[in-house]
Write a protein of this length. Structure first.
Length: 290
């Protein structure tokens, strides 16, 4: 076996030749096998906004393409929703068997509520009166949001099942899930509404009812009874949650690369305010009924 310094020198040479990335990456990954023992590796290209723009996979039978945001209506299908729901159920089952480190913190509604209040109270932000009013309306709904999500047990969730974090095969079926950096403890209901946020809207931000209803059925099979309207109400919170989280990051930390996501979640949330009504919630064997 060659020494690490020899391999490092060869990798450095490869990277200094000015070779096109499509040619360089396969050779680079082959060299890395001697440093990091592995069967097959995947290389991702990212742009300045940290969105994936290309992928190379060493698996001989892998025919992958990226599921890009903006094409959800063309690529979303019932089978992909089913695949994702199976992943969520498997992930919940596997992670529930482990005792998690104390550093895995819960990401509860109170955190989003605090961010929302910061946004509307910060007079230095250039926020239109309509947007400020919309945020205040959502803040008033937090007791209902808290009650609804509280009907379901907490578990470790992926936290960001967006199209840009999915790899599909040539049949449009789920091949892999990426980016577990945002995994945290949350209501089990949240993961399903996160799927709806990413896959059940058309490019013009209209809800795709066929996909939404299939996802609702899958959610009921996994978690128990929840009315269609209550599930839509939960989705309304999830879109608002991501809007607030991204907007807070833009204003607090200058994360301008997420600007398009901020706009998308805002428009999805506004779509839902016209089709969802406040559900009547009550407890019955851990189910959310209307």
């Amino acid at each position: 076996m060659q020494s690490t310094s020899t391999i490092a020198s060869r990798i450095k040479l490869l990277c200094s030749l000015g070779i096109d990335g499509q040619i360089l990456v396969p050779a680079l990954l082959r060299e890395l096998h001697d440093v990091v023992p592995s069967v097959a590796n995947t290389f991702l290209w990212l742009n300045k906004q940290y969105s994936i723009t290309n992928i190379y996979d060493e698996s001989p039978d892998a025919a992958l393409y990226l599921f890009l945001s903006g094409y959800t209506a063309q690529l979303s299908n019932i089978y992909l929703l089913d695949d994702l729901c199976q992943f969520v159920e498997w992930f919940r089952e596997m992670t529930n068997r482990r005792v998690w480190d104390r550093e895995v913190k819960p990401f509860r509604l109170d955190r989003i509520l605090s961010m929302s209040q910061w946004l509307v109270r910060n007079e230095s932000l250039r926020m239109s009166p309509d947007l400020r009013s919309a945020i205040l309306t959502e803040i008033e709904l937090f007791p209902q949001y808290r009650e609804l999500f509280g009907l379901f047990s907490e578990c470790l969730v992926h936290g960001d099942l967006m199209p840009s974090n999915l790899l599909l095969d040539t049949q449009g079926r789920l091949h892999a899930v990426l980016d577990f950096d945002d995994a945290y403890v949350e209501s089990a209901l949240f993961e399903y509404t996160a799927i709806a946020r990413g896959l059940c809207f058309s490019p013009d931000f209209k809800l795709e009812w066929r996909l939404f209803d299939q996802l609702h059925r899958n959610t009921e099979r996994a978690l128990g009874a929840i009315s269609r309207n209550a599930f839509m109400f939960a989705l309304r919170y999830t879109c608002f949650r991501f809007f607030v989280y991204i907007s807070y990051g833009i204003h607090k930390w200058g994360s301008l690369g997420d600007g398009q996501l901020w706009l998308a979640d805002l428009r999805k949330g506004r779509t839902l305010t016209t089709v969802v009504t406040l559900p009547n919630l009550h407890m019955r064997e851990g189910a959310a009924l209307e």
